[in-house]
Design a protein around this ligand. Structure first.
Ligand code: TEU
Length: 536
């Protein structure tokens, strides 16, 4: 699957923002790349306080992106090209500009309108202290106080993310019923599935008790156990309801959870046979470039998902993460938090080399894989965007201490030697500036270079289709030196990843199908991966 971040994919009308017509025109590129489908990040009307994850109408299309007709055309033409289409649904919160929230502000305390959200009176003498100690993912506390109709400070509302993203109250049947209709609206239009944003956030512990963050006031959901606003067990009844709703449709309709939780075992709960179908593997995505760590995550993932019969997914990055060629070239190669590794210098050549090896590892594992737009071009994180163009609420809410995620959202370079590199027609200025060095990283330039990252992704995806063993369910580990991953796939195929400091000899009984670096003789150098097949 290929993640499309529509604002940065392709701009057809020259306003510097990507749009659905731009996406439609470029669908053949994705079919040719060899992916089976696309996941489109939010395309809804939105004030863009959080890159479109602040939705003001769940059944519309942002005018920046086009119209519902344009969305239908994307789905129709994707299907004609054999691509599935999954769209993002953002059920945890709305925009503060959503009519529901505006009605809640107007209606006042105790109203059914406020009951759609988590409004509470404050503590302290005049309600000036937030109702509890919950924090926001983007920094600061997770409550904002409103001004009531009489002009006085009044109740507080809870938000797991920015203050422009009030959390919905999923204990309220009216919210459940409204989302049933929203999900049907899109399934009726023919989308193949929904990616469920921030799935573990939906349910909150009854009574909204204080959380114990153990002194670390960061949103470290990978580590949270027993948190009252994340991965609360009540969340599962919502997904059982959705599964029943999706199963009533003809064809294969899937739900994909975005669920950053504390273990593969906790994740497996979302993937029980009557809940969601698959989930992004954040344990894997956030792992350091380290053979032992990666092997442990692969084994834990497969062991945890087997009992629920769910397929694994493997993913290196997304619109929220530091781009792999930058991350793997830093000293800190893990990414538990947005800020991890920020400010460290990155060795681009080393990072690119490792990202190539990592891509081949990911694509050799049993299950699905997600590629984020630009990953296939080896784009680096743009970590020197001027502060004036930064839009991520992380930047603002951290008082500028954390730059945030804009650096992985810079518009794609398609062709030509000058910005906007074919992203926009007529030389328009893209909404985030592209580095001039991206002339070497355009689709056009990389298509002409057999050693490019794009060529590697195309070759790897083609082999995944053509060599059935690479798609087998089984994986069998072989004894390997420290720092080396070596496993069989489906009998005849084999993947070797060298994360040790020195070259290793490859088994002469095998021949190389694909390697992440050119090989000299029978040796696999450090930070490289080879796919092998047994000699006839
Ligand atoms: O991200 C939510 C989410 O769970 C992650 O931000 C997670 O908390 C983080 O990776 C911690 O490791 C989703 C979207 O992907 C993101 O772009 C939105 O900003 C966010 O939801 C709010 O809708």
């Amino acid at each position: 699957m290929y993640e499309v971040y529509p604002r940065s994919f392709a701009d057809s009308d020259g306003d510097g923002d990507g749009d659905l017509e731009g996406l439609r025109q470029r669908l053949p590129y994705l079919a040719e790349l060899g992916v089976d489908g696309i996941w489109i990040a939010p395309w809804y009307p939105s004030p863009m306080a959080d890159g479109g994850y602040d939705v003001s109408d769940f059944c519309g299309i942002h005018p920046m992106f086009g119209t519902l007709d344009d969305a239908d055309a994307v789905v129709r033409e994707a299907h004609q090209l054999g691509l599935k289409v999954i769209i993002d649904i953002v059920p945890n919160h709305t925009s503060d500009q959503h009519p529901w929230f505006q009605a809640a502000l107007a209606a006042g305390p105790g109203s059914p309108e406020r009951g759609r959200y988590l409004f509470r009176d404050g503590r302290g003498e005049s309600g000036e202290v937030p109702p509890n100690n919950w924090i926001s993912c983007f920094g600061g506390h997770g409550w904002t106080r409103v001004v009531e109709g009489d002009g006085r400070p009044g109740q507080w509302y809870q938000h797991s993310f920015a203050s422009e993203q009030p959390d919905l109250n999923w204990a309220n049947e009216a919210v459940l019923a409204a989302f049933d209709d929203i999900i049907r609206f899109w399934l009726d239009r023919g989308v193949d599935g929904l990616r469920v944003d921030a799935a573990p956030a939906l349910a909150k512990a009854a009574g909204l008790p204080d959380a114990d963050y153990g002194g670390d006031l960061r949103f470290l959901t990978l580590e949270w156990i027993g948190n009252p606003h994340w991965d609360v067990d009540d969340v599962h009844s919502i997904f059982r309801r959705w599964r029943a709703l999706g199963d009533a449709y003809e064809g294969d309709r899937v739900f994909v959870a975005e669920a950053v939780v504390s273990s593969a075992e906790r994740l497996s709960h979302y993937l029980r046979s009557d809940e969601l179908h698959s989930a992004f593997n954040f344990q894997y995505m956030k792992s350091a470039w380290d053979a032992g760590v990666l092997r442990d995550v692969v084994e834990e993932t497969l062991a945890a998902l087997a009992p629920v019969g769910a397929p694994a997914t493997w993913v290196l990055t997304s619109h929220d993460e530091v781009r792999p060629v930058t991350r793997y070239g830093r000293r800190t190669t893990s990414s538990a938090h947005f800020a991890d590794g920020e400010g460290e210098t990155s060795d681009r050549a080393l990072g690119t080399r490792r990202a190539r090896a990592a891509a081949m590892l990911m694509l050799a594992l049993p299950g699905g894989a997600y590629i984020y737009q630009g990953e296939e071009l080896g784009l680096p994180q743009v970590d020197d965007l001027p502060a004036i163009v930064l839009q991520d609420p992380v930047f603002k809410r951290s008082g500028g201490a954390v730059r945030g995620r804009d650096g992985c959202r810079v518009p794609l370079p398609w062709s030509g030697a000058q910005t906007p590199f074919g992203f926009s027609p007529g030389g328009a200025r893209p909404w985030l500036p592209q580095p001039v060095e991206w002339a070497e990283l355009t689709v056009e330039a990389e298509s002409a270079d057999p050693d490019s990252m794009l060529a590697l992704y195309r070759n790897a995806l083609r082999l995944r289709h053509d060599v059935g063993e690479l798609r087998a369910d089984e994986i069998a580990w072989r004894e390997a030196p420290d720092g080396v991953l070596d496993f069989d796939r489906g009998g005849g195929a084999r993947c070797v990843v060298n994360i040790s400091g020195s070259a290793i000899e490859l088994d002469p009984e095998y021949t190389v199908l694909l390697s992440s670096v050119p090989l000299e003789g029978e040796a696999l150098p450090p930070d490289a991966t080879a796919w092998l097949v047994r000699r006839a």
